[in-house]
Design a protein around this ligand. Sequence first.
Ligand code: GAL
Length: 819
Amino acid sequence: MKYICSLLFAMMLLVGPIFAQNARKEWALDEHWRFSKGDFEKASSTTFDDQEWQEVTVPHDWAIYGPFDEKHDLQVVAVTQNGEKVATKKTGRTGGLPYMGVGWYRRNFDVEGFDPKQQVVNLIFDGAMSEAQVYVNGQKVGFWPYGYNSFFFDITPYLNEDGLNNSLAVRLENKEQSSRWYPGAGLYRNVHIRVTPKIHVPVWGSFVTTPYVSEEYASVNIKTQLENVPEGTDLKIITEIMDDEGKAVAVKENTQKLNHGRPLEQYLTVNNPQLWSPESPNLYHAQSTIYIDDQIVDKYTTRFGIRKIEFIADKGFFLNGEHRKFQGVNLHHDLGPLGAAVNHSAIKRQLRILKDMGADAVRTSHNMPAPELVELCDEMGLMVMVESFDEWDVAKSKNGYHRYFEEWAEKDMVNMVRHFRNNPSVIMWSIGNEVPTQCSPDGYKVAKFLQDICHREDPTRLVTAGMDRVSCVLDNGFAAMIDIAGLNYRTHRYQETYERLPHSLVLGSETGSTVSSRGVYHFPVEKAAQVVHEDHQSSSYDMEYCYWSNLPEDDFALAEDYDWTMGQFVWTGFDYLGEPTPYDTDAWPNHSSMFGIVDLAGIPKDRYYLYKSVWKKKEETLHILPHWNWKGREGEITPVFVYTNYPTAELFVNGKSYGKQSKTMDGTLQERYRLMWMDVVYEPGEVKVVAYDSTGKAVKEKMLKTASKPHHIELVPEQDAVQANGKELAFVMVRIVDKEGNLCPQDQHSVSFKVTGAGSFKAVANGDPTSTELFHVPEMKVFNGELTLVVESSKEAGEIIIDAKARGLKRSSISIHSK
Ligand code: GAL
């Protein structure tokens, strides 16, 4: 400790004056962009007049403002991965939104104090959709085709000599039929300027690993790359490791002669490390200072975590020595009503809702995630499978990534791995999803090429791929070659896969694909694949799925019954724009998915409580479905299901008992995880369940009531306060309730909103996959009594006032504090 303190003191003395000249600077280019759809011959030129263009703030998704129309990217195709042989009209496949075409973004920026001899300036894109061509001061600085990846360009030689008034222009182009879901459009992720000293640690230039981890101590290896250093230079690096509270827990000084560009390498020991896990997401920072001739040349900080991941044959996945099963979900990148435009608070809300359900992992299907997502997973405690591609060299979509694969795959993989290899939440890489290449005789070679890149760039993590052609991949060596065999669905082939592969482990890389619409129930209640109903909705009795998929119980049982299953990633955590299966074939206006455990508005469907009852066994879940408002169903059979962590419950309707039900291993898989009363006769009134624990003691009651007529609007904010930073979002649940406050579960009133004071209206969503009402118009119909309102804080603190009104209902008003 004494040594640490004196080193720190010595460093403080040194850092001050010298470092001031060399200090790194980074900022986001978020405001004051000009945008226009369409192509313009001279738009890259410094003198181009963009005054007529729309002023926008980045992240920006040009397509989310609609209008919805089936003609947008209408695809007449046979979806071969779903077994289709004949081309049909696929409506809403990419969301029915105008994402296609060319769009330009322009703005100016200054690099104050710019010195081209002493500094390097990088322009970093967290993602740009897509085929980005970037111009600085009229000159082309680069091209990056894949819309989901992060990339950067050294723009030092292109800047004006004084660093001021540089023009930046970005041309983006989305081809139709380039996606299987809504990709978003434009500069939908953040853009940054990073100014560093000439000799500097490059973008993603550090690599922290923890080769030895125990409760007593951890060994931390840090490799720090340096740029623009002449061969043979004597370098010194001092790295301090700080814990979550900013306390130094280790420090180390090393010297090295720069040798063939080899990174500076250090080993530090952290005693009694606070390990990272979903339950305790402890983080550390490695703060490195690099010296030449005792002069500081650069400082670089890397956030990391200390944890041990192991995949043990026959035994499964272990984190920090503890066996666990992934309780994961797949997530597409869109944020429902916000489209693809990244927003920190919207991602945080998604992850909070998932964690509250008991989820501990996310697969970023089927592309590189926004950095905000991975950082939040580090902080909140969710493990991440970072995935790169939905297709390789063989097409899935006519204009998909296969057009670029040969030239760009390695560059894309390198950026992905370097970007996220220091994030403790990332526990494996996925090189692809259901790529048709899995059935090519030489497919394994392509897989090996990609897997080898992961191993080269990050020898600490294993690689998987989501495979759906089980016969192909077991027969042709493709699955055996990949580190971890990930199966998409095909639960009936897990056992065979386990037996035939050398790994002796099976991962459910994609599971479920159960479909439901929040608050919609169809009769009779039957388990069935690929059902379509007249109302274009799927039933929330959670008995409907796709012919290639299954109900949640198959996956629960596999995880519980076999050590060698590693758990699952459910398709999907949230509904997303596009892929409205099973209403995808000439079925407009459906344009968003029904797979989500949570709907597009972020409101949990009934299924949420089924997952919670299994994934969060120690927390109480007692959820009754369906709602109890069935005008016209009096006297008809209306089954009641209860999702609960308790083994037994008794059901009463208006005081009459329908008897006790217990979960059982002797019936169907549904009977193992749900309590179901199939012969209940509907009569308005009260449905009550009394739950019993395993000793037979009544422990909890829950009641559901028939609502009377809609009376008022209830506004329930998800948080009391937001930060006055012009970016943070507050989410407000909007519910139509009767006089007593019971939800009116079939209400479809249109509600309009006025937001004043220290914030503004941002968006509204109701989770109805058939609704073509626009998200950015402050009026929308509730879907089965509910919707979600999104408001954005302004930069000034104060009260955000929200007024809601609907014809014939008592209006409502609340305020949210912005500070
Ligand atoms: C899978 C595919 C996903 C999604 C899902 C729907 O086969 O990997 O992207 O399409 O089916 O069930």
